[in-house]
Ligand binder design. Structure first.
Ligand code: AMP
Ligand code: GLY
Length: 427
């Protein structure tokens, strides 16, 4: 088979890496990919949102299956377009992607079908939103309805901050029409986890759970980022909890989508808060997580392509999906200054000098004509260690990161640190 992966981040490099291991695969393409995907795939110089260009390239290259990494092309209807072309594609349709692209849609769906979500309300009027805030207690959780590149959620500790957030979103329109409506949620405490599942619209199969670190600084300080690291599986989230979420959240959601006339196929990602053993959905995503994918797919023992094909064909119930019992830690190396302004174009040294069993997934990297790899984005690499326990996985990553160097390179030192308490290295 020939498979095209759409996107250019660490998630997409991980997909390319796993797909290329399948004996069914003759060739992998990445659009646009990065220096990491270029090592195993042919990079096509096309933007993920250039849907027509991707369609044309897929036809020319004889692509048998397309996998979409980021949300923007899904929300723009890439799946609908490829369906019309008759080229198999993995992912939800534009209408089904609303589960991610509209927080109002997701909230209404969860409320209608009794899927656990925070108390909250939807507003299309600025003054009504402000009035509502005055009846609530801080912290306030304010969410722009539409896609806002991961920046659409504000946790405000004071009424003044909350007013400003609502004003920025609804009046100043800092996210454009994504801010025509807002959701105001009750603030939930607890532990956050991402549970991502494959689904063909009838069967749901959860992957191993993962935690990501969204803040730039150690101790969860500073600005939000696309994600600075992740690990799998978190100790607080048992196999029974995975089953419970699959049964009480993921399957009911997929069934609800079918009932609404929006059959859902692809990956369903639930961002959950676990409080007192009870999971509540903070958000759904219609795609693989980044950087969760970098620590989840290395634990998948089965052939990913068998799963992707079964999802597209609608017979996921016939595939046995096996996960390893190891632990995985991924640490993102970013450009100095990220998530603010940063420079790119610095040579990266030492990627090849890491231990053989350490994985280095590329994101913002570019291959120079001289064969040198250069930085080309905010998040540059995710370095991943797999171990028999979290201690070993973590130790592997942090022992190897210093071998990799680029000017201004930065990484968090505390990824998976909270898992260390009470865990002893097995002999
Ligand atoms: P979302 O994109 O909806 O997942 O929100 C981004 C982040 O905001 C989440 O990962 C949480 O850390 C936080 N968050 C969202 N909703 C809530 C909530 N209702 N209570 C507490 N934190 C929240
Ligand atoms: N890691 C969060 C996301 O992929 O949305």
């Amino acid at each position: 088979m020939k498979i095209l992966v759409v996107g250019s981040g660490g998630r997409e490099h991980t997909l390319v890496w796993k797909i290329a291991q399948s004996p069914r695969v003759a060739k992998v393409f990445a659009a646009p990919g990065n220096a990491g995907t270029a090592a195993t795939a042919e990079n096509l110089n096309l933007r993920p949102t250039d849907i027509e260009g991707l369609g044309k390239a897929a036809k020319e290259k004889g692509v048998d299956l397309v996998i979409v990494g980021p949300e923007a092309p899904l929300a723009s209807g890439i799946v609908d377009y490829f369906d019309r072309l008759g080229i198999p594609i993995f992912g939800p349709t534009q209408a089904a992607t609303q589960i991610e692209s509209s927080k109002v849609f997701a909230r209404n769906l969860m409320e209608k079908y009794g899927i656990p979500c925070p108390q909250g309300a939807v507003f299309s009027s600025y003054s009504e939103a402000r009035e509502y805030l005055r009846k609530q207690r801080p912290p306030f959780v304010i969410k722009a309805d539409g896609l806002a590149a991961g920046k659409g959620v504000v946790i405000a500790n004071s009424l003044a901050e909350a007013d400003k957030a609502v004003g920025d979103i609804m009046e100043a329109k800092i996210f454009g029409s994504a801010g025509d409506r807002v959701v105001i949620d009750e603030y939930l405490r607890g532990r956050e986890v991402s549970l991502i599942a494959f689904t063909d619209g009838r069967t749901v199969s959860a992957m191993v759970p993962a935690c990501d670190y969204k803040k730039i600084g150690d101790g969860d300080q500073g600005s939000n980022t696309g994600g600075m690291g992740s690990y799998s599986p978190p100790g607080f989230f048992s196999a029974e909890m995975t089953e419970k979420v699959a049964r009480d959240v993921l399957l009911p959601t997929v069934k609800a989508m079918a009932k609404e006339g929006l059959p859902y196929k692809g990956v369903l990602y639930a961002g959950l808060m676990i409080d007192d053993g009870e999971p509540v959905v903070l958000e759904f995503n219609a795609r693989f997580g980044d950087p969760e994918t970098q620590v989840v797919l290395p634990l998948l023992k089965s052939d990913l392509v068998d799963i992707l094909v079964a999802v597209v064909r609608g017979n996921l119930d016939r595939v046995k999906i096996e996960w390893g019992s190891e632990y995985c830690v991924g640490v993102v190396m970013s450009s100095g200054g990220y998530p603010g302004s940063y420079k790119t174009g610095f040579p990266i040294q030492g990627i090849d000098s890491v231990d053989k069993d350490v994985l280095v997934f590329h994101a913002g990297t570019k291959l120079g004509n001289d064969g040198t790899i250069y930085t080309d984005g905010g998040r540059v690499l995710t370095v991943v260690g797999v171990g028999r326990d979290m201690v070993e996985a973590r130790e592997k990553v942090y022992r190897n990161i210093p071998s990799i160097h680029f000017d201004g390179g930065y990484y968090r030192k505390d990824i998976a640190l909270r898992e260390m308490d009470g865990i002893e290295s097995k002999p």
